[in-house]
Ligand binder design. Sequence first.
Ligand code: K1U
Ligand code: ZN
Length: 168
Amino acid sequence: MPILEILHYPDPRLRNRANPIEIFDTELEEFADRMLETMYHSAGIGLAATQVGVSQRLVVIDVSEARDQPLVLANPEILEQEGEEVSEEGCLSVPSVYEKVTRAERIKLRAQSTSGESIEMEADGVLAVCIQHEIDHLDGKLFIDYLSGLKRQRIRKKLEKEGRLAQA
Ligand code: K1U
Ligand code: ZN
């Protein structure tokens, strides 16, 4: 199964708000499998459909050490959130940049499986951080948007210097 190309900042498609998923079929299941394969291949702990240029509210996550606990969430929505936690984040769409971001410590979430079944779950720790990061992608938001303008400018300069800045 070929892996998908991951869009890099500042590609404008990363700023699109993804559409809700209405059709739950084998095509969606196959796409989720390709996203998982792409995430594992890229050594990421999550991936949102927006990052591969697809406007669908679908994310895949695996925060397990053994990389054997895939989580696929269609139409994920945070119902409740509690506390604050600062942790270091990276992003497959902003390569080689790692910065501290403040997010909710615990979340309650509603989503659907690729067959349309309802999922309700609670998360904390890395899983909660990753879910929030991936839902942001579906809303066209990047983790660097939480940083100061000066830090964002430094990141642009660093990526430019490394020749990693995609053409907008
Ligand atoms: O959505 C993505 O771009 C994937 C991203 C998810 C993520 C990482 C860290 C915190 C929140 C969300 C990554 O997997 S980046 C690569 C990575 O594995 C990683 C980087 C820093 C800390 C932990 C993991
Ligand atoms: Zn990301």
